[in-house]
Design a protein around this ligand. Structure first.
Ligand code: NAG
Ligand code: NAG
Ligand code: NAG
Length: 200
């Protein structure tokens, strides 16, 4: 699922010398003080490439995402009508499986938990606000946070990784999405993701 591309990147030297004010703040009653990367056992920066498939089932027997709000046009549409998701103003909450291959039965490596919302009036473009939570090997329990724009009809969409936790503490990067399959009858989608992330 993941491979480390390189060990040191000059632009991230910035972070080595960036004063950190988190560690040891609970030891005494000091609100803020200068810290060092050593206090957090920060290691040299790495670039990791993650590759997985995201499965979004809006309808079906066991939906992985549910429409929780929408504009006036979709108010009376049943939840099984996936076309409502494409209307401006719709909000969907997801807990979507991430797998190593495109088949739904492929090995689970994580989940995408969060919200997407139809935030463009002129095309189908989602605001994506979500956390990937990984389950695989040393990544188990670590998360990456995404905040970006997803114009789902474009061939490749790029969304910023704005942070992370665990192994991905202080992460920054980008996620590239390509639709692998889309069922125009029920809205089920499988999306291929290549995620490039700098972290320690
Ligand atoms: C999505 O729904 C299809 C049926 O439409 C099902 O075959 C597939 O397993 C589901 N995928 C997930 C990840 O739940
Ligand atoms: C991931 O961590 C959880 C909780 O610590 C544990 O129950 C689970 O077995 C771990 N999964 C893998 C694949 O290591
Ligand atoms: C698309 O969804 C419909 C309705 O659930 C289903 O009958 C059909 O088999 C699906 N098509 C594919 C290619 O999975």
């Amino acid at each position: 699922m993941a491979k480390t591309l390189q060990n040191l990147t000059p632009i991230f030297f910035f972070f080595f010398f960036f004063p950190l004010t988190i560690a040891n703040a609970h030891d005494d009653h000091t609100f803020a003080k200068t810290s060092t990367p050593e206090n957090l056992e920060v290691k040299p920066v790495k670039l990791t490439h993650l590759h997985f498939y995201f499965h979004d089932n809006i309808t079906g027997r066991i939906p992985t995402s549910v429409r929780v709000a929408g504009g006036p046009k979709v108010k009376n549409k049943p939840l099984t009508d996936f076309s409502a998701v494409l209307n401006f103003g719709t909000v969907v909450v997801m807990d979507d499986p991430l797998t190593v291959g495109p088949e739904p039965t492929s090995k689970l490596v994580g989940r995408a938990q969060g919200i997407y919302s139809t935030a463009s009036q002129t095309e189908v473009a989602f605001l994506m606000v979500l956390n990937y939570v990984f389950l695989e090997g040393k990544y188990n329990g670590s998360t990456l946070s995404i905040l970006g724009r997803n114009s789902i009809l474009s061939k490749v969409r790029e969304m910023p990784i704005v942070g992370g936790s665990g192994i991905f503490r202080f992460a920054k990067g980008c996620a590239q999405a390509r639709t692998y399959s889309f069922n125009t009858t029920n809205g089920d989608a499988v999306v291929e993701y290549n995620v490039y992330v700098y972290h320690y």
